[in-house]
Design a protein around this ligand. Structure first.
Ligand code: EPZ
Length: 421
């Protein structure tokens, strides 16, 4: 297994190119299963989660290949409909093949996703939505076994204890586009990744009204065709590099990043004192003065994204004053706190809120995170920590950050990958 080694040296400068969004690519790839025709998906990042999805396609006998950032999927004639435990257990997002398989093959068997280090991640809303469309659902031997032979349009409210659900909206929408009748999804998630999926489905011939709103009205069609689509840029990767610029007192231009997808984060960074301005095809983040502490609460889009919570915590850990970060999507998503404290941060947890007392500096240490964004937070802390930081179990980062060490090194960071002994 690899680890990332970082020698904290300070200021990052230059331009980084933001890759396509992992969390848009995954459901869009799943949506290609709704057609018999070839689809071409562009701007797909080369990441472990994408390879996992392509392995699931292999199990389904669906031909797919990734060439650079382009994935060509040819689902012609595939009949299989089972996503096995060995793959689903490594990536929860595999659940998003459930809706397409059910709508296209009228039957699906997908391993029930297991536990997750960021806390409980139930799938009740996915199942509720599919049942509202008439799917028969059982759980057998650890698998969701779904029968779609009696499916027809339905009306479903997809709100849970923590608000709307991104992948439940994706799953139910993908099932509805090929299901006879009209389906209405209330409280649909509006994250840019869901909107991108909706655009792709519409290119395939799906009839969807309310695109980008909390109320989707879907009229099922008999057949969808293949489509050519370019995935949106990854707002979480862009946000992570924005914080890298801030934490190192640097000046970084994020090429391809879409400011309009990142309004809540950008608003908070400006409040803290960062200079952010739009440039052609991206935006520039520049440290101009001492940053101020900020309070952040994670919420569904367009609120502050939970996937940026850990990274902002690293920034606040070295920002003088007291900040409070409250997690309202995954109340247990705080595994990075202990590791940041091992580097000299002063953070304590009170219920769903982290109270962060900004310290003068951090010191490098061997650290380990068991979740993707927590790992990113530790890399950010390592960039400004004195001495050497080793972020272990780097495979989490490889799930979501394309060529992270190359991109950071191109901005001037001293960072490299080593084999763990
Ligand atoms: C997506 O997960 C993302 N993953 C996550 O990114 C992201 O953290 C999350 O949305 C929230 O923005 C992908 O898109 C592949 P949810 P998803 O269903 O769809 C609760 C990353 O780091 N809920 O929107 O699985 C749930 O527990 C990952 O890239 C139910 O109660 O998340 C949470 O509290 C991690 N019942 C809230 O809803 C359900 O059936 C929102 O989760 C489903 C969800």
């Amino acid at each position: 297994m690899d680890k990332l080694v970082i020698e904290g040296i300070g200021r990052l400068e230059g331009t980084v190119t933001i890759s396509g969004a992992k969390n848009a690519s995954l459901p869009i790839l799943a949506a290609t299963l709704l057609s018999d025709e070839k689809s071409v998906i562009r701007n797909v990042p080369m990441l472990r989660d994408i390879s996992t999805m392509l392995k699931i396609f292999k199990c389904l006998d669906v031909k797919a290949r990734q060439d650079g950032d382009t994935v060509v999927v040819d689902p012609k004639g595939y009949k299989k409909c089972m996503a096995p435990y060995e793959l689903v257990s490594t990536m929860r997002a595999s659940i998003c093949v459930l809706g397409p398989l059910l709508a296209k093959q009228k039957f699906a068997q997908v391993s029930y996703p297991g536990g997750c280090v960021i806390g409980p991640r139930p799938i009740d809303l996915h199942l509720k939505g599919l049942e509202a469309l008439g799917a028969g659902i059982k759980v057998e031997k650890g698998y969701i076994v779904a029968d779609g032979r009696r499916m027809r349009g339905g009306h479903v409210y997809l709100g849970g204890h923590f608000g709307s659900s991104v992948l439940a909206t994706a799953n139910v929408m993908m099932a509805a586009v090929l299901t006879k009748g009209v389906t209405i999804i209330e409280n649909a998630a509006c994250e840019p990744e869901v909107v991108d999926l909706t655009s792709f489905l519409m290119k395939m011939g799906a009839k969807i009204k309310g695109h980008g709103t909390h109320r989707l009205i879907i009229e099922g069609v008999r057949r969808l065709h293949g489509a050519d689509h370019r995935v949106i840029p990854d707002r979480i990767e862009a946000g992570t590099y924005a914080i890298a610029a801030a934490i190192t007192k640097g000046d970084v231009t994020l090429r391809n990043a879409k400011l309009e997808h990142m309004v809540a984060l950008v608003d908070k960074l400006i409040e803290s004192g960062l200079h952010i301005r739009k440039v052609p095809n991206g935006f520039r983040v520049k440290y101009v003065k001492k940053l101020k502490p900020i309070d952040v609460t994670t919420l569904p889009y367009p609120g502050f994204p939970t996937d940026m919570q850990a990274q902002v915590m690293s920034l606040m850990a070295v920002t003088e004053g007291i900040s409070v970060i409250t997690e309202k999507i995954y109340p247990d998503r705080f595994t990075h706190i202990m590791e940041l404290n091992r580097m000299g941060a002063d953070i304590r947890l009170e219920g769903p809120s982290a109270i962060i007392k900004g310290v003068q500096g951090l010191s490098g240490a061997p650290v380990m995170a068991s979740d993707l964004r927590a790992s990113a937070a530790l890399v950010l802390a390592g960039l400004v920590a004195k001495g050497r930081t080793e972020v272990k179990r780097i495979y989490h980062l490889d799930r979501g950050y394309e060529k992270i060490e190359e991109k950071l090194a191109a901005l001037g960071a001293s960072v490299w990958r080593e084999k763990e002994k």
